[in-house]
Ligand binder design. Structure first.
Ligand code: NAP
Ligand code: ZN
Length: 347
């Protein structure tokens, strides 16, 4: 086994610096020195739901960039020293219909998650990127395109790809009217990507003080979701509404904003929701969801970001300040993604 160090949960609110073990390199594995790992709201959910009695360790972190430090004997894509990026999926069955079409994120036997997943060969629990080293199959690591800053690119691997796939699947492009609900980690990248795809893009936020940021990101307007008058003016106004709100909420007001034959894509809060079907019936509206991305779309998204100068707005903290990052993220006090610098784990 390989020894490293990371931030492991001791309970549902505390991460402690802990020695960790990574597997020895299999034939198609690479070892990655993790340099930067983004802090996703899903990490907060995972911690909140962490059951200390389960016996399974929890090391969060599923959007990171780093440098290849070792290669298994069968690795063909990467060499030592290459800059790579890894997202929230690290393996899949490779043979089901979903994997066959490059949608490993929907693998019929469930993709192996970067943390809290079950390794397909040895059954161990996967430990995430809040650590100095990660070992991953080369197929689930992506070359970091030249021109992307490794720290600001890290959030592209979860927040970015999660909004990219639905934007592409819903054929967003010039002439599309897109709204993004919730201006956080996912939301701000959704705005940048939708704008770069050519859409007229509006932010829907309960935080009026984010207006200047919304416009700077390329949005055309910000609607205050707490103001019924403003929401009423936007009735049937958007072909696509990308909902990245992290808490349970009434979908009714957001469905009202969807144009005829348009789609509300629910990406943020994942869980049971109640929908009044007439809110879909009137205007033949669609409700959808998505999560993460397949390998082809992830590589495409990274190249698109490099070509269009897109990355996250980040605040970089030493990894020892992970508790501060999580606490401020919980309080909606980040513009717009914390990224942990893992180099402090060397000392
Ligand atoms: P984030 O940075 O905390 O952003 C969430 C935003 O939602 C906030 O900035 C806020 O925007 C809005 N919001 C939060 N609480 C709200 C409330 N009670 N009512 C209304 N609006 C609220 O989180 P994130 O990292 O972008 O993640 C967003 C959600 O996506 C999380 O639930 C996360 O678990 C989920 N997620 C899903 C996938 C997937 O595969 N589908 C992948 C990654 C993350 P305003 O201040 O603008 O209102
Ligand atoms: Zn995430």
């Amino acid at each position: 086994m390989r020894s490293t160090t990371g931030w492991q949960a001791t309970d549902s609110s505390t991460l402690r610096r802990t020695p960790l073990q990574r597997r020895d390199l299999r034939t198609d594995d690479i070892a990655v020195r993790v340099d930067y790992c983004g802090v996703c709201h899903s990490d907060l959910h995972a911690l909140r739901d962490y059951d200390t009695h389960s016996g399974a360790p929890l090391v969060p972190g599923h959007e990171f960039t780093g440098v290849v430090t070792g290669t298994g004997p069968g690795v063909t894509t990467f060499s030592i020293g290459d800059h790579v990026a890894v997202g929230n999926i690290v393996d899949s069955c490779g043979v089901c219909a979903m994997c066959g079409t490059g949608q490993e994120n929907f693998c019929h036997s469930f993709p192996t998650l970067t943390y809290g997943g079950t390794d397909r060969q040895d059954g161990s629990t996967t430990l995430g990127g809040f650590s100095r080293e990660y070992v991953v199959r080369e197929a689930f690591a992506y070359p970091l395109p030249a021109g992307l800053d490794p720290a600001a690119a890290a959030p592209l691997l979860c927040a970015g790809i999660t909004v990219w796939e639905p934007l592409r699947a819903l054929a967003v492009g010039p002439g599309s009217r897109v709204a993004v609900a919730g201006l956080g980690g996912l939301g701000h990248l959704a705005v940048r990507l939708a704008v770069a795809l050519g859409a007229t893009t509006t932010v829907i936020s309960r935080s009026r003080d984010k207006r200047a940021d919304a416009l700077r990101l390329g949005a055309h307007d910000l609607l205050d979701s707490t103001d019924p008058e403003q929401m009423a003016t936007a009735r049937d106004a958007f072909d696509v509404v990308i909902d990245t709100i992290s808490a349970p909420h009434d979908l009714g007001p957001y469905l009202k904003l969807v144009a005829m034959d348009g789609t509300l894509s629910l990406l943020g809060y994942l869980g049971p929701v109640t929908v009044e079907t007439t809110a879909l019936l009137v205007g033949r509206k669609r409700l959808g969801s998505a999560g993460s991305g397949g390998r082809p779309a992830t590589a495409e998204m990274l190249q698109f970001c490099a070509d269009n100068g897109i990355a996250a707005d980040i605040e970089v903290l030493p990894s020892a300040q992970v508790a501060t990052a999580l606490d401020r993220l919980r309080r909606n006090d980040v513009r717009y993604r914390f990224v942990l610098d893992m180099s402090d784990l060397d000392s």
